[in-house]
Design a protein around this ligand. Structure first.
Ligand code: GDP
Length: 478
């Protein structure tokens, strides 16, 4: 973890210029982006009468990047986390459903299983966690954010179809991530199932079966009938055992966001996968720039729980905004500390975006375009679900009027918040709300900051309005 002058200034509630001046007097030339070493961090802390240990600042501000030295005696065995990948229609979803159905004792809660993005089953008295968003898109998206959540990958190959393009991609992704592969040779119940062909085609991709002298386990299964699924799960345990997966459960929880959404009644709802430590209902956590106290924690069966240890997926409510899948969360000893860290991060982000921005209000767009004042229109998209946010973003970014384009600087699921308004104000951006609306406080803030908020519930209307504005044909609003 590293801290720049700008970040340190925010953390200490000081002006960056004060720190730069102090460093200058010590003979060090620094800018807002200069990364400080531990000694300088301490010197700055002493100067301003704030005790800033390297641990305090760096670890807490950039906790995602911390590799903690764990005392080996505190490490305990933890369940493996498994992802299922493979070509479309080869049976990923069916396999995930079958595993869950055969392994979860329903009834206790009326047989209602919750889809929270991950679930846990028991195999021979040992737990296994499955991420239930199949396909490598989710896997890749998480990896792109630096999350390493998967311990074992099951690659599903339909025995009647063989290796296909997405099978190859799945193998590439698993290998790039260094995650061990188990091949589920699926649809064995079908006529024309040819497991030998799957084995030879997978060998060409570098997955040589054990039977042929390689080190990849192949398990014939039928996701449809359940045949072979138990065997597959036992092999997952074998691979997990070799990997000797351990974590320290005796500390504040850290982990990854698996899914997150805005729920009309409950607010920000997030599925967290705990990687290490133990999460307690009522813990204060930080994720990205979101923070809050866990108000309610439930497991994948919808049952309320009070504590959750490593490799457990839980759904929580209580965050003040909707985090992004793949983001790392961490629990802190106090809500105050969590709030400080989240606020410092928000400040730094606003500062960064401010430096990288150039743009306006929808009404005088056309004039600015005409005068050649702008090259891009910064926009923040907020929608009720991530899918809509992405769709609006994609459509907006396709618009081009006289060489001017729309630049979406944030597109997330969730209500329009003060943080959005702050970011918009700093980056001269406008906000487009899709199926969401700001509350009174946020509206007031937007007015104060001169931020334009446009609300829509039909995508093409949002696009049309933007296009009209850019062409100078916006109907005046009275
Ligand atoms: P995904 O796209 O990889 O998630 O594939 P699905 O799980 O949606 O399965 C695609 C189709 O294959 C569906 O019609 C399933 O019912 C069918 N299917 C999946 N597994 C099996 C199997 O083991 N045997 C047979 N006969 N059909 C299967």
């Amino acid at each position: 973890g590293q801290v720049t002058v700008g970040e340190l200034a925010k953390l200490m509630h000081k002006q960056a210029s004060e720190i730069i001046k102090f460093l200058f007097l010590l003979g060090n030339m620094a800018t807002i982006n200069t990364v400080l070493d531990d000694e300088n961090i301490e010197l700055v802390g002493m100067e301003f009468g704030i005790e800033v240990h390297k641990e305090n600042i760096v670890e807490e501000f950039n906790f995602e990047e911390m590799e903690e030295d764990e005392d080996p005696s505190k490490l305990e065995s933890r369940p493996p986390v498994v992802t299922i990948m493979g070509h479309v229609d080869h049976g990923k979803t069916t396999l995930l459903d079958t595993i869950r159905k055969t392994k979860v004792t329903e009834g206790e809660f009326g047989g209602i299983t919750q889809h929270i993005g991950a679930y846990q089953v028991e195999v021979n008295g040992r737990k296994v966690t499955f991420l239930d968003t199949p396909g490598h898109e989710a896997f890749t998206a998480m990896r792109a954010r630096g999350a390493k959540v998967t311990d074992v990958t099951i690659i599903v190959v339909a025995a009647d179809d063989g290796v296909m393009p997405q099978t190859k991609e799945a193998v590439d992704h698993a290998k790039a991530a260094g995650v061990p592969i188990i091949v589920a040779v699926n649809k064995m119940d079908k006529e024309g199932a040819n497991p030998e062909r799957v084995m030879s085609e997978m060998s060409e991709l570098g997955c040589m079966p054990e039977e042929w002298g390689g080190d990849t386990i192949f398990v014939p299964v039928s996701a449809k009938t359940g045949e072979g699924v138990e065997d597959l799960l036992e092999n997952v345990l074998v691979v997990a055992e070799v990997a000797d997966l351990r974590a320290n459960p005796h500390k504040n929880a850290v982990g990854t966001v698996i899914e997150a959404k805005l729920d009309k009644g409950r607010g920000s709802v997030a599925t967290l996968l705990i990687e290490a430590g133990t999460l307690h209902a009522s813990d204060a956590i930080v994720v990205g720039t979101a923070f809050g106290r866990v108000r309610k924690m439930t497991d994948d069966m919808g049952k309320e729980i009070k504590v959750a240890g490593p490799s457990t997926p839980v759904e929580i409510i209580g965050l003040n905004s909707v985090p992004i899948a793949g983001d790392v969360f961490k629990a802190f000893d106090s809500e105050k500390k969590a709030r400080q860290i989240a606020e410092a991060r928000l400040n730094v982000r606003v500062e960064e975006e401010r430096n990288a921005s150039s743009a306006m209000s929808l009404e005088d767009l056309a004039r600015q375009i005409e005068e050649g004042d702008i090259q891009s229109i910064n926009t923040i998209v907020k929608a009720d679900v991530q899918g809509s946010a992405e769709a609006v973003k994609a459509s907006l970014e396709k618009i081009e009027v006289k060489g001017v384009r729309v630049n979406v600087i944030r597109s997330t699921a969730g209500a329009i918040t003060e943080s959005d308004v702050m970011l918009a104000s700093a980056s001269h951006a406008l906000i487009i709300g899709f199926n969401v609306r700001p509350n009174a406080a946020v509206r007031k803030k937007a007015e104060d900051e001169g931020v334009d908020i446009r609300l829509h519930n039909i995508i093409y209307k949002a696009i049309e309005e933007m296009e009209s504005a850019m062409k100078g044909m916006l109907a005046p609003v009275y």
